[in-house]
Design a protein around this ligand. Sequence first.
Ligand code: C2O
Ligand code: CU
Ligand code: CU
Length: 472
Amino acid sequence: MRKSILTLLGIGGLLSSCSNMDHDMSQMNSGSETKIVEGQFNTPLALPKTVDFKNVHLEAQAVDGAWAGLGYSANGLLGPTLVARTGETVQPKLTNKLSEGTNLHWHGLSVPVDQDGLPEDQTAAGASKDYSFALKNRAGMYWYHPHLMGSTARQAYQGLAGLIILRDDEEDKLKLPSGEYELPLVVQDRRRSGSGYKPSMNEIMTGFMGDQISVNGIPSPVHQVKQGVYRIRLLNGSNARTYNFALSDDREMTLIGTDGGLLAAPEKIKEVLMGPGERVDLLITFSTADQGKELFLLSKTFDNGGTQGTQSFKVMKWTVSDQKGIDYQVPSTLSAIERLPSASSTFPFVLSAPMEMNMSGGMGMHKINGKVYDKTAYETTVKAGDLGTWNFQNTTHEIHPIHIHGLQFQILERVGRPLQATDKGWKDGFVLLPGEQVKIALRFSTDKGRHLLHCHNLEHEEDGMMLQYLVE
Ligand code: C2O
Ligand code: CU
Ligand code: CU
């Protein structure tokens, strides 16, 4: 296991040589993850209600008595799941019934820059905004959440998030399990103490983690399934926690899709590491032999040289009934994926936490290429529709789930661990472990203007680990 840079440098000496920091460093050198306390697994799972994306009206509001505090619907669970077909034009409306500003970002969708929910695009308390854009993405599961500077992490933690499901002809042909056999699951960690959100310095380093798991807004749920195949679509909607999902009896799952839709071919996996913002599309078979057994979706420990992954915990429980569900034979080809080439030159992004790497001070500890977010600055300028190769390097002891706006890209190479099954599909985010390097291939959007690139550990993002690239 790699040693963290913090350990290698000897944190004590480093801190005492640092005079111009305005933070209390004493609580920062013991960054550790918040431990999960497992629940009872007796509350039934619910699915967020499904609505047509086309003219949806989302009302951000305080939800009385809800665990998380805020919501896009009065029931206090997640926002509705917005469903549409590729190629349609949608006109969602946001009404802000909060007592503070907010906005909406359509995570994973390629939309014009003025529809993307940039950190400065504020819909003030009491105001509304009408969005309008064409759906250019493939069939897949995307999601929406606020992206307002200074409020993203808190508002998302307090419940402002929801799913987007796009369908298209290519996916329809596969006749994948649907209806009750298709289960979208949003996994989030929250605090049993309630909706309060006030990260300490240490929680800015690690990200704000909860001590209980919720699925679709329900703490530690249980779901009864029939004997057959289910399409299980997972979003890690947590602020900071990375999960290593697996089933409690270690059975094989079939990975059929990632952030940007279906893979070219199915992949057999037993576990899947997912950082905040990432999605996977899985087929899981429950059989006659499972009847009466207790099966769990788990997050298993994982080796990463950082502060996460030290605990294995249950996420939700499955019980298998005596009823027959459906059979499904997964085809050996799922979709056509054009492989993007690796260019000879790559643009570098180095992620650092300056308390380890340098002591230049400034407002943020989390930086990319030595900088914190600046709405007037572009790290690089690219041509609309051009190909590019970018290289990311993590020099910190924390996991950074990288997310890029405006496109879906492909992972070419990892230095630090082998390519993962999820690296074979279209992605808008990926996990960059401590010490790891990842090279990606991109085809830049034809939507000109500012696009964001940031860490989707939302506390890191708020702390400055975000920058912009310009498409012209
Ligand atoms: Cu889901 Cu820029 O974020
Ligand atoms: Cu995004
Ligand atoms: Cu980060």
